[in-house]
Design a protein around this ligand. Structure first.
Ligand code: GLA
Length: 779
């Protein structure tokens, strides 16, 4: 709900309030964002207004009529350089006369039922609950510019989104150097700024920075939202924990270069801004034109990180993801990449698909290598016609055979890229991002097509339409495997080169919009060398994203925990792969690889044709368990528990009748036999049955300890050892308890863990990277 009391605006969601008031000087003063406040009259907010009788020493007063105000010490809804506020600005422009000072003051406000859509970028929506929009219109005192601050209140979601729009109503051009999507000023300091950083194959590691002074920036300049610094960030307090304390969560519906800065002023006030990265950004806005920012998402919860995450999860699931797959469980897929890399052909793919079908896979995906002369990553990107040597009957022939097996068929593409060694590059060098006549810095032997040029977007949209129409394709993995260098669009004039990176994203969005509208049944999965473009912009078109090229279970448990702060597990695609793992050479138990992947959109990416019978049996059982529980896993409420040497997750169905839990340990602690599992989110008084899977262990996992039980001596790794291990397995412990949710949540004491002595079916065999998955059913 949005209410106006005189100069005061109060924005309420079910459990939060956001409040601002026009200052006598005309700027909008930020008053509050946090837990719900009950406000009925303008006077009710007076205690929230900062009191100023004089401007602090060595600061500038805004104007002589109001000597008590220095903008440097005010909480503002937007700020700019030049009129006293020297902190991180919301907007920076260069006017026709060369001046760089903006002076925006309140002009009017509009409150609407429903929300406006952004004109060139995706934005959040709500089909089920009320959304209202407040537009504060500010006018620059000197230059004929208007600035709209938009606030969309997603009442039943506890989310408020913001975006802004600059309109040039002056007679001359203006050069826009930065325009943020949001600004939030707090009256105090000492916030913990949490960002999620990493790189290829190690995305989303949580970093906490306590800020009492200075500025901390989280940004990307890769041309994408990046694996280096995800646009999702949090602000909390030092004592905030997973389940208690204040937590603000922020994200941006944008896939390009982004910027989140947290700064503490000399008056101990914290400012947070977020938007398009101003680095090398410049947009020329001619008379009568406007520029709109991406939408920023913000939420607050007093219930710790989990409380905030759960709001974000529901918001992403309901208000960002759209289309047919929004509420549909996703098929269990088998992807050819780690099974065969570029070495694919029809017969190999069919064998792999058949092996997948036998264990319960539902969708077979042909990854890279099927087009042009794509035998390695040095060629053919851009040449999207089938390699007839590998697939003599084309995509349609292969697809038909896969469909006949009872499997759906999916394909990999990388539409934004081109290899210099390709026909497309030879025919259209002018369609590529590179500086004419200058050497180019390469990434993965490829270059980026200039999606700032509408002709390139149109061409590639048509090419992709041809590919998607060429067979019964029901899934597309849309990849993007390099970061930008040498930013330059040959389509744009030299004074507009600062627009290249942003216009690229607009071109990308228009292509994604056309193709997802044209192929509404296709399940699209985003990918950018794994998680180099994992953001709400992509999720506005594609309901899931390949989270990382790293399929190692130990990395994944950390990476998926990182993603889980801002994103629901229903958008995080996760695969079980072979061991030693291809990225880390680490060996983790097959059960653990599944237990971790099952919490995301679970698939397989390994050569099933070469796997042992026992492993295939295990995978078959995993897939059947997953199918039985995937509704809960994909759409339940996700809780993080411990996160350290022990990782704990629980996912509880909406009606709280079913839940799945996961515990994993990184390294074994010798002579520590005790462990417990803490489920979360169960109904306190309801009775649940708590149980685990039937597990049997390969005796080879016990090494030559086999001799403590065997009547004959068995040499470790001998032929005999291998033969016996095929027939003899060790029983796993059984955990079965029936009690109320409150009792289970007090900690389920697990069977004693193996520690040197003895082993029987009441012992928990729990090696390095060991894990368990537990099920809870209300009775
Ligand atoms: C990227 C993706 C991988 C795979 C390869 C194919 O690295 O992240 O999953 O598709 O490209 O070249």
């Amino acid at each position: 709900m949005i209410r106006q009391f005189g100069d005061t605006f109060v924005l309420d969601t079910e459990n939060t309030t956001y409040c601002m008031k026009k200052l006598v000087t005309g700027q909008m003063e930020h008053l509050y964002y946090g837990k719900k406040l009950y406000i009925d009259r303008e006077e009710d907010v007076l205690s929230l207004v900062e009191k100023h009788e004089f401007a602090p020493g060595n600061t500038n007063i805004y104007d002589s009529d109001h000597p008590q105000y220095s903008l440097e010490d005010m909480r503002l809804e937007m700020s700019s350089y030049g009129k006293g506020d020297i902190r991180e600005p919301f907007i920076e422009t260069v006017h026709d006369d060369g001046a760089m000072t903006d002076d925006f003051i309140f002009e009017s406000a509009v409150i609407e039922d429903g929300r406006q859509k952004l004109s060139v970028m995706p934005c959040a929506y709500d089909d089920e609950k009320t959304v209202n929009e407040l537009t504060i219109i500010l006018a620059d005192k000197n230059y004929g510019l208007k600035l709209e601050l938009h606030y969309c209140v997603f009442e039943g979601r506890d989310v408020i989104t913001r975006y802004s729009k600059l309109i040039n109503e002056s007679e001359s051009d203006v050069r826009l150097k930065r325009l943020m999507s949001m600004q939030l000023d707090f009256e105090d300091s000492g916030y913990v700024f949490t960002t999620f950083n990493g790189g290829w194959a190690r995305e989303m590691n949580r970093h906490d920075t306590l800020i009492y002074a200075g500025k901390h920036v989280n940004s990307s300049y890769t041309g994408s939202s990046s694996s280096r610094a995800n646009p999702f960030v949090m602000l909390s307090h030092e004592d905030t924990s997973e389940d208690h304390g204040d937590c603000y969560g922020f994200n941006l519906v944008y896939s390009g270069n982004h910027y989140e800065a947290c700064e503490v002023s000399s008056f101990n006030k914290t400012r947070y801004v977020s938007g398009i990265n101003p680095q090398s950004f410049e947009f020329l806005i001619q008379k009568g034109e406007a520029f709109e920012t991406p939408e920023a998402v913000m939420t607050y919860s007093p219930y710790g990180f989990n409380g905030m995450s759960q709001i974000m999860h529901e918001f992403v699931r309901e208000c960002i993801v759209r289309g047919k797959w929004k509420h549909k469980v996703r098929p269990v897929l088998l992807n050819s990449w780690e099974a065969a890399y570029f070495d694919i052909n029809e017969s190999r793919l069919l064998k792999l698909a058949k092996a997948g079908k036998d264990v319960g896979v539902e969708l077979f995906v042909m990854d890279d290598g099927w087009f042009g002369t794509r035998n390695d990553d040095k060629q053919s990107l851009g040449d999207w016609y089938v390699n007839k040597k590998k697939l003599p009957q084309g995509i349609s022939g292969l697809c038909k055979k896969i469909n006949d097996m009872g499997l759906d068929f999916g394909i990999w593409v990388e539409p934004e890229m081109v290899n210099v060694n390709s026909n497309l590059y030879k025919e259209h060098p002018e369609w590529v991002i590179e500086i004419p006549g200058k050497p180019h810095t390469e990434g993965r032997n490829q270059r980026i097509l200039d999606f700032a040029n509408p002709q390139v977007v149109e061409y590639m949209t048509n090419v992709m339409s041809d590919v998607f129409s060429s067979a019964a394709i029901s899934y597309v993995k849309w990849d993007m495997n390099r970061i930008f260098s040498d930013y330059y669009s040959k389509y744009l004039p030299k004074e507009r080169q600062g627009e290249c990176a942003h216009r690229y994203i607009l071109g990308l969005y228009s292509m994604m919009e056309t193709l997802t509208q044209k192929y509404p049944d296709i399940l699209f999965e985003g990918c950018a060398a794994g998680g180099n473009r994992f953001d709400l912009g992509i999720l506005s078109y594609f309901p899931q994203i390949w989270a990382s090229d790293d399929t190692d279970a130990l990395y994944r448990v950390n990476g998926m925990t990182g993603y889980s702060y801002g994103y629901p597990m229903s958008v995080v695609s996760a695969h079980v792969s072979a061991c030693p793992n291809h990225q880390t050479l680490r060996t983790t138990p097959l059960a653990t690889r599944f237990n971790v992947a099952a919490f995301g959109v679970c698939g397989y990416e390994c050569n099933l044709c070469d796997m042992s019978k026992n492993d295939l049996l295990e995978i078959k059982e995993q897939i059947s368990i997953y199918k039985n529980w995937r509704e809960v896993l994909m759409y339940g409420t996700f809780y993080r528990g411990r996160c350290g040497n022990v990782h704990e997750w629980t996912c509880v169905s909406k009606d709280r009748k079913r839940a799945v839990g996961m515990i994993m340990q990184e390294l074994v602690q010798p002579n520590i036999q005790f462990e417990q599992f803490f489920p979360k989110g169960l109904e306190e008084q309801a009775k649940y049955k708590f149980f685990n899977r039937d597990l049997r262990y390969n005796i080879k996992g016990f090494g030559d300890l086999v001799n403590t039980a065997s009547p004959i001596h068995i040499k470790q790794d001998s032929v005999l050892h291998n033969v016996i291990s095929k027939f003899v397995t060790m029983p796993g412990e059984c955990e079965e308890y029936t009690s109320s949710g409150s009792v289970l949540m007090a900690g389920v004491k697990l069977k004693q863990g193996f520690a040197a002595t003895g082993y029987n079916d009441n012992t928990r065999y729990y090696q390095d990277f060991g894990s368990r998955i537990y099920f809870m059913e209300m009775i």
